[in-house]
Unconditional design. Structure first.
Length: 335
């Protein structure tokens, strides 16, 4: 968490819109998402399940869904390179070197029948020929770096021989093997118990600090982001609701949705809460573009126009923005 505003962005997302088309059914998942990550910076993306966080992460990586037509508008650049116009071949050859991802369930992204060392260095060996001995040594180094004990022996093991927490470390080793400019972690700890969660997040922070890459931590739990990210982007129903320094968003949120999220942070010992008891209701259907503010129907301070007019981006403070009519009124009143 040391980035300065003078550094060039490693990730730029501009007004990104993603629709999935299946027959005559259209799902409008992302509706104009913009964000930026600078070198060495860690940002959090937080929002309820179904908000489009994973679709956003996959679109940034250049992964297109199979078997679905997808219509993407806007721009995604990683270190200045267009991720949307790139061919599948280009995306594959870039794989892991520009942007790479750590998944929620590493077991699903790893092949159970292949020794882990081969999978860790796959992104590197796919792009260029590397002698097996060197590739294996690189994998052992990475395992050591992510804190897997006895890395020489563990490199030869299969995924099924690891605990959940250790397997997530293998996933992190694979994601950083090709020195990505941006590392995306999509709910990397939800399957883990609280102590292991914390260790994995500490490890990500350490890796980020050592490598200088940008880190995007995706979660439905705002409480996880404090002290681990410089800035937070709050998403709801495919839109950015609020963005600002994490410490400020988490302590004095401006948007009514963020206030609700904060009130719903699960206790550390309790079960993960999927709904927001503090707000009630659920996400609007994504089968139509959202008119006005997507949160209007659940919002305690909604006005008539919230249902029909898209809220403006309101600058609450330097680097702190909320998309909300009520916040716009408050700002107007204090002028
Ligand atoms: N391939 C797809 N085809 C159609 N709809 C999809 C596809 N992938 C995701 N979606 C829809 O996009 C919405 C957002 O999903 P997702 O990005 O997984 O949310 P989050 O990660 O925030 O929980 C969901 O309504 C989901 O059903
Ligand atoms: Mg998700």
């Amino acid at each position: 968490m040391t980035a300065t505003a003078t550094e060039a962005p490693v990730l730029e997302v501009e007004d990104l819109e993603v629709d999935f088309i299946s027959g005559d059914k259209v799902t409008y998942v992302l509706e104009g998402v913009s964000l930026e990550v600078r070198r060495g910076e860690a940002i959090g993306i937080v929002g309820e399940s179904g908000s489009g966080k994973s679709v956003l992460a996959r679109t940034i990586l250049g992964i297109r869904p199979r078997g679905t037509v997808v219509d993407i508008r806007g721009a995604v650049r990683v270190s200045g390179k267009d991720q949307l116009a790139a061919s599948d071949g280009e995306i594959r050859s870039r794989a892991g070197s520009l942007a790479s991802m750590i998944y929620q369930d590493p077991m699903r992204s790893l092949n159970p029948t292949v020794r882990v060392w081969k999978q860790i260095v796959e992104a590197v060996t796919n792009r260029r020929r590397v002698p097996a001995k060197d590739a294996q040594a690189h994998a052992v180094d990475l395992l050591r770096q992510v804190g897997v004990p006895d890395p020489e022996a563990r490199a030869m093991a299969y995924p099924g021989e690891f605990s959940g927490g250790m397997l997530q470390r293998v996933g992190i080793a694979a994601a950083i093997a090709a020195h990505p400019d941006v590392l995306l972690a999509d709910e990397p700890t939800t399957a883990l118990d609280v102590t292991v969660q914390r260790r994995v997040l500490d490890l990500l922070e350490q890796v980020r600090a050592e490598s200088g890459m940008g880190l995007v931590l995706v979660t439905h739990d705002l409480g996880l982001l404090a002290d681990r990210t410089d800035r937070t982007v709050v998403m709801y129903a495919g839109r950015v609701m609020e963005t600002g320094p994490t410490s400020i968003v988490a302590s004095t949120p401006a948007h009514p949705y963020t206030k609700g999220l904060l009130a719903a942070i699960p206790r550390l010992t309790g079960p993960v809460q999927r709904e927001l008891p503090a707000i009630g209701g659920s996400l609007p259907p994504l089968s139509a573009p959202r008119a006005g503010c997507p949160f209007a129907a659940r919002c305690p301070v909604a006005q008539d126009r919230c249902a029909t007019q898209r809220p403006p981006a309101v600058a609450v403070a330097d680097g702190h923005t909320a998309h909300c009519w009520a916040v716009a009124d408050e700002q107007e009143a204090t002028k």
